[in-house]
Design a protein around this ligand. Structure first.
Ligand code: MG
Length: 248
């Protein structure tokens, strides 16, 4: 069952989401060729604490870091480590923050230096798909309206949508009901109501939609080794236009 948040809860969620949005902007500036993903994790953790938050991903089901860093064919849930970013990589950075018991969650994919035309297009289409999905997240619509809008943008550009992982409700917990798939599923899904807070997060592959999990038990990679991109915002469903809570 989906949660409708009251205005006091929404203002707390807004605070958590603001930290997420600001942190992603900060990390976008820092993600350059030569730096390690472990260093990005370290400065992210400091940033979150400095802003009065707690890294929501750290120890979540045992996840060992404060952010997820997923490079090239890594789709999501990449663990920060000694890997040094290099020119031509694309890096998905996913961030979750708990501020006073309320949660925000968002992700961006950034280009490290100059990347291939295909990777550039993959990132652009994934972000476009996210905004197409967000535009459907209004009171009275159904979850499937979001899913269809995302899928249409992705597939009309010749890419594929990951099936095994989906968006979700967010706010009083990191992951809440309802699931928000990025592809058509049977039925219309739950109805959307003003006051719902949800994370929409297309994961888009250049090749097959199929993914597999690496031996570390976390990192999701594409089956064909081709690149993947990921963008996410936490949003508030309203009448008319949704509010993008993790946008700064
Ligand atoms: Mg999420």
């Amino acid at each position: 069952m989906q949660e409708i948040k009251n205005s006091s809860e929404i203002s707390y969620i807004r605070q958590a989401c603001r930290i997420v949005g600001e942190l992603l902007q900060f990390l976008k500036e820092k993600a350059k060729a030569g730096v390690t993903t472990a260093w990005l994790d370290e400065i992210a953790e400091n940033f979150i604490h400095k802003h009065g938050g707690i890294p929501a991903f750290k120890n979540y089901n045992g996840f060992p870091a404060s952010i997820c860093t997923s490079v090239n064919d890594e789709v999501i849930h990449g663990i920060p480590g000694p890997y040094r970013l290099k020119e031509g990589d694309i890096l998905s950075i996913d961030v979750g923050v708990n501020k006073e018991g309320y949660f925000g969650d968002a992700a961006i994919t950034v280009a490290i230096g100059k990347v291939s035309k295909e990777k550039e297009k993959l990132m652009r289409v994934t972000e476009e798909a996210l905004y197409a999905g967000i535009s459907m997240a209004v009171h009275g619509n159904h979850v499937s309206d979001i899913s269809k809008a995302v899928q249409k943008v992705v597939e009309s550009n010749g890419f594929s949508v990951v099936r095994d992982y989906v968006g979700h409700g967010v706010g009083k917990k990191l992951h809440e009901e309802p699931p928000i798939p990025n592809f058509k599923t049977p039925g219309r899904g739950p109805k959307l109501y003003s006051g719902m807070t949800i994370a929409i997060e297309p994961m888009v592959n250049e090749g097959t939609y199929e993914v597999t999990v690496k031996d570390d038990g976390w990192t999701v990679v594409t089956k064909d080794g081709k690149p993947s991109a990921h963008f996410e915002h936490s949003i508030l469903v309203r009448e008319g236009e949704p509010e993008i809570l993790t946008m700064v």
